[in-house]
Design a binder for this molecule. Structure first.
Ligand SMILES: Nc1nc2c(c(=O)[nH]1)N=C([C@H](O)[C@H](O)COP(=O)(O)OP(=O)(O)OP(=O)(O)O)CN2
Ligand code: ZN
Length: 118
């Protein structure tokens, strides 16, 4: 069974490794959407793969570190592409949420990256 919980945060960033004339080289912001996708068996008693409240409890503190921040200043996010943000989140929560199958980070409704650990 697969379950997904979605979150959102606002943040500023710039992409330091694109050419100067690339518009994302300049400081700008996004309303990010994060989807945490989990996979595992349904517990026959609770009916849950994982309680959504437990997912929120694990991800909440990390979400707070990202929300309304300049992402480039966060250790490990010096090049905050959607790809690198999804890796950053996955690596920090997978040990506590072993059912985590992938992390999807939407920069815009049309552009996103999904990381499943490889
Ligand atoms: N593979 C990736 N490509 C790009 C990334 C990324 O993370 N991974 N990021 C960017 C910039 O962050 C850029 O800001 C993307 O957002 P935006 O310019 O707002 O996107 P749109 O082209 O959809 O904006 P419109 O104004 O709606 O045209 C670039 N590439
Ligand atoms: Zn951007």
């Amino acid at each position: 069974m697969k379950i997904t919980q979605a979150f959102s945060f606002e943040a500023a960033h710039r992409l330091p490794n694109v050419p100067e004339k690339h518009r994302c080289h300049r400081l700008h912001g996004h309303s990010y959407r994060v989807e945490l996708k989990l996979e595992g068996p349904v517990d026959p008693f609770t009916g849950f793969v994982v309680d959504f409240f437990d997912i929120e409890a694990v991800f909440g503190p990390l979400l707070e570190q990202l929300d309304h921040q300049y992402l480039n200043e966060i250790e490990g996010l010096q090049n905050p592409t959607a790809e690198n943000i999804s890796i950053f989140i996955f690596e920090r929560i997978v040990k506590t949420l072993p059912q985590l199958a992938s992390v999807v980070v939407f920069e815009t409704p049309d552009c996103w990256a999904e990381y499943n650990g490889q």
